[in-house]
Write a protein that binds this ligand. Structure first.
Ligand code: SF4
Length: 149
């Protein structure tokens, strides 16, 4: 199933780029999964990302800095349904989504017709536990969707 999900994600990302989707920074939402957070962290980043201390123990801090640098919105969502609800907000016109293949595939279809550039997370500790993500891949997705030409 993971191979099918990967194929769907790859095709989706190609299609989004083929549509030449482009939005203003304030219309772009980066959606992050809770499993990026360090397991030992007690900060309530789901309630409010301002609680993140940017301590360097997980990728949430660098991703917050990235979002600030580009002036885009960022949120941590617990579960696919909450992530989709957040993505469907009228002020959100495009999404950079970080998650596992299964969540990304579901989210891409649930958010249609909004463009979603999907970045698969890395799972060195197994599923749903202290996952990681390629920050450069997230930045490239932001740059693509907010480009000016
Ligand atoms: S970077 Fe933020 S979310 Fe990650 S462990 Fe530190 S305080 Fe917690």
């Amino acid at each position: 199933m993971q191979l099918i999900d990967q194929a769907v994600i790859g095709l989706n990302n190609l299609t989004v780029k083929g549509r030449r989707a482009r939005v203003k920074p304030e219309e772009l939402l980066i959606l992050l999964p809770t499993c990026l957070q360090a397991a030992s962290c007690e900060q309530n980043v789901i309630g409010d990302l301002a609680h993140c201390l940017r301590c360097g123990r997980c990728r949430i801090g660098p991703l917050l800095e990235l979002a600030e640098r580009y002036g885009v919105k960022v949120a941590v969502a617990k579960g696919g349904r909450l992530a989709v609800n957040r993505a469907k907000a009228p002020e959100v016109k495009a999404i950079v989504a970080v998650a596992c293949e299964k969540e990304l595939r579901t989210g891409i279809f649930a958010c249609l017709p909004k463009p979603v550039l999907a970045v698969t997370n890395e799972r060195p500790n197994g599923p749903c536990c202290e996952t990681d993500v390629d920050i450069d891949a997230v930045e490239q997705a932001i740059q693509w969707l907010t480009r000016t030409s």
